[in-house]
Design a protein around this ligand. Structure first.
Ligand SMILES: [Zn+2]
Length: 101
């Protein structure tokens, strides 16, 4: 097993979340911080999903006021994009979990 930061060869039992004890001391990484870092991209996409839903709802209501068909189309588009983006975030998360096993 190698440390993910310095690539030093270590026993599996010496590694914490894939990082050697030297790196954890040197960079002051706690296990929570490592966990946060490895899920960074998935976290960004998950926040993007929330932004899409909020914007989609606002635009959807505005659209309904103007024209019911436009409003419904915006709601459907919002729902589909939110679903797609959250699936991508989930896939990234699962791949990261597999990689960090
Ligand atoms: Zn290291």
């Amino acid at each position: 097993m190698q440390c993910k930061k310095c690539s030093k060869e270590c026993m599996e039992s010496e590694l914490t979340n894939g990082f050697c004890s030297d790196c954890i001391q040197k960079y002051g990484l706690t296990s929570e911080e490592i966990h946060y870092k490895k899920n960074h991209l998935a976290g960004i996409i998950k926040s993007l999903v929330i932004v899409i839903i909020v914007l989609g709802c606002i635009l959807g209501f505005v659209g309904i006021v103007l024209n019911i068909a436009i409003g419904i189309a915006i709601f459907v588009a919002t729902f589909i994009s939110a679903l797609l983006f959250s699936s991508i975030a989930e896939i990234i998360q699962l791949l990261e979990d597999i990689k960090n096993k």
